[in-house]
Ligand binder design. Structure first.
Ligand code: IMP
Ligand code: MG
Length: 199
């Protein structure tokens, strides 16, 4: 185990089982012949999860990428989701988009992106998150597919970072608080108030 990690919350084996279960739920809902499933992976955090989920799917699936930055709670900018990287599909009205996120926290990112993509005219927009922290929700939002509900702890691994590190850990672990407490200039993004933060 990485020495900066306090405990493993979801092991590599458990992640495998979660992804297999999510893939079969998605297959069940998207296997109709008129469906055109397109995963929309939110960079950078969801890239590992989106890749694993995509290879677990036994139905046709395409992939697109978006990168966004968001603002913490309690500021005038709350609710803003700035698009840093976008995708353009002229056939959007024919596409069934599935936004793939690694964690839902305040709910702002998924709620804003869902509204944006529906507004652009996608045929359908659903969302799938590997992890859900319902204790931190600030806007009411329920993802359609949830890998695991977790407590309000700052976690890293399987795509989730602190200060761009730990994304490559093959499990999800709780980061030792002294790692971010000893670096006051770089609080974990979910604890940031008012600073734009990139995923
Ligand atoms: P929200 O639901 O709009 O607040 O956005 C969730 C985003 O916050 C995720 O995409 C992550 O980038 C970040 N985040 C929230 N909780 C954690 C965590 O425990 N570890 C790492 N990143 C987190
Ligand atoms: Mg991050």
């Amino acid at each position: 185990m990485n020495p900066d990690v306090e405990s493993i919350l979801i092991s590599q084996e458990e992640l495998g089982r979660i992804i297999t279960r999510l893939a079969s739920e998605i297959e069940r809902d998207y296997s109709a012949p008129d469906k055109r499933l397109v995963l929309v992976s939110i960079l950078k955090g969801s890239v590992i999860f989106a890749g694993a989920l995509m290879t677990a799917l036994k139905i046709p699936a395409e992939i697109e990428f978006m990168r966004v930055s968001s603002y913490g709670a309690g500021t005038v900018s709350s609710g803003n989701t700035k698009i840093l990287l976008d995708f353009h599909r002229p056939d959007l009205p024919l596409l069934d988009l599935l936004i793939v996120e690694n964690i839902i926290d305040s709910g702002r990112t998924l709620s804003n992106l869902t509204r944006l993509l529906l507004g652009r005219g996608a045929r359908s927009v659903k969302s799938c998150t590997l992890l859900d922290k319902p204790a931190r929700r600030e806007v009411p939002f329920e993802p359609d597919y949830i890998g695991a509900v977790i407590p309000d702890r700052f976690v890293v691994g399987f795509g989730l970072d602190y200060d761009e590190k730990y994304r490559n850990l093959p499990y999800v672990g709780v980061l030792k608080p002294e790692i971010y407490n000893s670096n006051p200039k770089r609080p974990p993004m979910s604890f940031m108030k008012g600073n734009p933060a990139k995923r």
